[in-house]
Ligand binder design. Structure first.
Ligand SMILES: NC(=O)c1ccc[n+]([C@@H]2O[C@H](COP(=O)([O-])OP(=O)(O)OC[C@H]3O[C@@H](n4cnc5c(N)ncnc54)[C@H](OP(=O)(O)O)[C@@H]3O)[C@@H](O)[C@H]2O)c1
Length: 317
């Protein structure tokens, strides 16, 4: 437990949307450890894409703090197949959640944003928060990234006009136990873990990965991500967005080799260059999170990956 966080957050009634999801579950555990009363609206009870349902959530739960982590998310294939619903669903949820938070008197709103909001090729690497608007996002992620960017702009407008305390965190790709391993909608780490495990178990000697292996990505262990969000919720009161990452960059080729090694797959790895690479490089400058609320990622990549693989081996058994 972080004493500085507990001092600020203990006794708060926190509305945590998406609190039963991959990231949300880790945030929920951490908030509860710090003495918060956490309310999680499930989608089967409250469809947060509907204004009337969002109103009802606030009436029923009367939170003092909101952490908005609900979203429709997926990997590159899912973003290619469903860009319209990804944009619509996320934009609607974001708009209603923040506007109603203010109307219903929640004192603080933390929006969970994404690295996908960044331009495809920002002017410098690592990506700095100041460069968020210097170019169009990578095309496959743009509808998702823009729906999240609307929430940032909305929060900054509310801060300016109403003095409202809205914060926005730009979270890098997450991984860890509890991730989504569904074939159609998973992100790259669970998708590769699953494919390498199945090839290992079936005795296949080739696994084909998308793209040419050159793009780089940064990954943050989900428990580190949850710690960052809870620290920001308690210690950061500014509408200026903050990058949340690990500062560790790895190429897709090195990622595939590391996953194959951890999983125990010994065949070859082929690259299907007819499939998209996505954004060429992804690496965040994480200095603002360190200076503003003392967050630094702690989990070494390989340790986090081993825990993820162990979890999935158990879960599928
Ligand atoms: N995973 C990543 O790598 C990553 C990276 C950067 C940012 N993020 C952000 O982190 C947040 C959580 O992502 P995640 O990966 O943990 O996703 P997730 O496991 O899919 O969780 C998303 C949650 O959103 C809720 N939700 C979706 N549609 C809803 C609706 N119409 N009404 C109410 N609730 C709804 C779902 O609630 P139910 O379970 O009740 O259906 C679900 O638990 C998102 O804002 C995402 O954009 C994630």
């Amino acid at each position: 437990m972080d004493a500085d966080v507990a001092e600020q957050l203990a006794g708060e009634r926190v509305l945590l949307t998406g609190g039963a999801g991959f990231l949300g579950s880790a945030v929920r555990r951490r908030l509860e450890e710090h003495g918060c009363d956490v309310c999680v609206p499930r989608s089967r009870e409250y469809d947060l894409r509907l204004e009337s349902e969002v109103d009802r959530v606030y009436r029923d739960m009367q939170p003092t703090v909101v952490i908005h982590a609900a979203a429709v998310v997926g990997g590159i294939g899912y973003n290619r197949d469903a860009p319209a619903s990804i944009f619509d669903d996320n934009a609607r949820m974001n708009l209603f959640l923040l506007s109603k938070a203010r109307e219903h008197g929640a004192r603080k709103f933390v929006g969970i944003g994404t690295i996908c909001a960044y331009p495809k090729t920002p002017p410098s690497i690592p990506f700095r928060e100041e460069e968020l608007w210097h170019g169009y996002p990578e095309e496959t992620n743009a509808p998702y990234g823009f729906a999240k960017k609307l929430l940032l702009v909305q929060g900054q407008a509310y801060a300016q006009q109403y003095g409202y305390n809205a914060t926005h965190l730009l979270v890098v790709n997450l991984y860890g136990p509890g991730d989504n391993f569904d074939e159609a909608s998973s992100h790259v780490i669970p998708a590769m873990v699953r494919r390498f495990m199945e090839a290992r178990d079936d005795g296949r000697d080739e696994v084909v990965c998308w793209g040419d292996g050159t793009p780089t990505r940064e990954f943050l262990y989900v428990e580190d991500g949850a710690r960052a969000i809870v620290r920001a919720a308690s210690l950061y009161d500014s509408p200026a967005p903050v990058n949340i990452g690990s500062g560790y960059e790895i190429s897709m080729r090195a990622l595939a080799e590391t996953i194959a090694d951890v999983v125990g797959y010994t065949g070859t790895i082929a690259w299907d260059t007819s499939k998209p690479n996505g954004q060429p490089r992804r690496l965040l400058d994480t200095s603002r999170a360190a200076s503003e609320f003392g967050f630094r990622a702690e989990t070494p990549f390989r340790d986090g990956l081993c825990r993820t693989v162990e979890w999935y081996e158990r879960a599928r058994a």
